[in-house]
Design a protein around this ligand. Structure first.
Ligand code: AP5
Ligand code: MG
Length: 192
């Protein structure tokens, strides 16, 4: 069983690298951002509740996110070799709740991947994606909010995982293939 957390600032490549990881390691990709965008697109009650927060680059309350991820983890069937969590946990409170959720299911985190990319590169990538795909939070003002939320609330979770000895920092400037190569080596080594 391989259970990966992929973390990093907005635009650091969590989704892009997750797509490659799931193919090669047969993991279930759980992206909380994708889940929220699907709820918004489908016009559900939850979608309506979170729409303004997501399009403003603000975090959805921990209690809502913890329920969403607990349900999603429970639904993963045995045909997968494990999970990759993309965009969760994003606060220390979420990290602590995740420990309990996994423990209850006899699971634990194999590796925490922390992708580091320069801020100028992050902004360039997200503005470019905004022009192509029109994600409502890919505009300069909201990108700045997202970066602020990341550094104040998400970066502190690195210390939580550093204490557990399964923390790996990855230099995320470079080509998608170069970065994936480093990630593949880490996951393979952790799974031996
Ligand atoms: P989420 O969807 O998780 O967004 P994010 O963290 O802002 O990150 P992105 O998805 O924008 O970037 P990414 O790191 O996945 O990079 P990607 O691979 O796409 O969350 C959205 C919102 O939902 C949050 O702001 C919040 O409101 C809410 N939310 C979600 N989870 C939550 C939680 N747990 N708690 C509270 N609120 C929550 O790459 C970006 C772009 O760069 C792409 O166009 C890609 O093609 C390109 N790219 C990737 N790698 C490279 C490379 N090496 N070189 C050049 N270009 C590259
Ligand atoms: Mg993403």
């Amino acid at each position: 069983m391989i259970n990966v957390i992929i973390s990093g600032a907005p635009g650091s490549g969590k989704g892009t690298q997750s797509d490659l990881i799931v193919k090669n390691f047969r993991l279930k990709h759980l992206s909380t951002g994708d889940m929220l965008r699907n709820e918004i697109a489908a016009g559900t009650e939850l979608g309506k509740q979170v729409e303004k927060l997501v399009s403003g680059g603000l975090f959805v309350p921990d209690s809502i996110m913890i329920d969403i991820i607990a349900n999603a983890i429970q639904k993963v069937d045995n045909s997968y070799n494990g999970l990759i969590l993309d965009g969760f946990p994003r606060t220390v409170e979420q990290a602590q709740a995740l420990e309990t959720i996994l423990e209850q299911q006899g699971k634990k985190i194999t590796v925490f991947l922390d992708i580091h990319v320069d801020e100028a590169e992050l902004i360039e990538r997200l503005l470019k994606r905004g022009q192509i795909y029109g994600r409502t939070d890919d505009n300069l003002e909201t990108i700045k909010e997202r970066l602020k939320a990341y550094s104040s609330k998400t970066q502190p979770i690195s210390d939580f995982y550093k204490k557990k000895n399964n923390y790996y920092q990855i230099e995320g400037n470079g080509t998608i293939e170069e970065i994936y190569g480093k990630i593949e080596d880490i996951i393979t080594a952790c799974n031996l």
